[in-house]
Design a binder for this molecule. Sequence first.
Ligand SMILES: N[C@@H](CCC(=O)N[C@@H](CS)C(=O)NCC(=O)O)C(=O)O
Length: 217
Amino acid sequence: MSAPYILYIYEHCPFCTKARMIFGLKDIPYERQILLNDDVEGPVRMVGRKVVPILEEDGQFMAESMDIVAHIDAIGKPVLTGKARPEITDWLHKAGKPLYHLFLPRAAAAPLPEFETTSARAGFIRRKEPSVGSFSALLEEKTDELTQLNALLKELAPLIQTPEAVNGELSTDDIHLFAHLHSMSLIGGVVYPPEVEAYRQTMAELSRVGLFDGIAV
Ligand SMILES: N[C@@H](CCC(=O)N[C@@H](CS)C(=O)NCC(=O)O)C(=O)O
């Protein structure tokens, strides 16, 4: 019998990482369907707009990563039982800008299935470039933002309470934090303090979402 859950994603999409994580953390099987980045018709037919992640369950469709996380976590015994901490929210907020400036041009060039066709890759560049500036310029000027990110990772290290859960007990902070670290793994030259390294490796294993380390540039 096929898995009752189908998750439609792009591999680079941080919101999709969040939705994928809860299945791994709960050990619930699901089928992963990677859409082409310029497939508009598919998501529109499912949820009325071009967006991922989308969860399909019994012919019903659900969008919104954290709704999917809450929905799957509510099956049986929830695992995200810990409290969120404002320090983590603040850190995620601070890291967001340098992260996405470094991440987007690399995602646009990465060998990912959602960019398998030329039109899918070109469409991504056309839509995303205006929000951050020329991807080729960003790739050349990386030093400043890389320095910022490495400094932020030093600030993150003492906030990590255990490698299995940033606040000691799994919470939505782990979903948001690992999604950031997963995107970051596409960026070469990032220096992970030991606590952050242990956390991202452990979380990759627990959530069964592989890091991009092998294709980082
Ligand atoms: N609030 C949504 C945001 C999802 C989202 O923005 N997904 C991006 C991909 S990372 C998307 O589908 N954007 C439309 C596009 O790529 O055209 C969620 O949390 O699921």
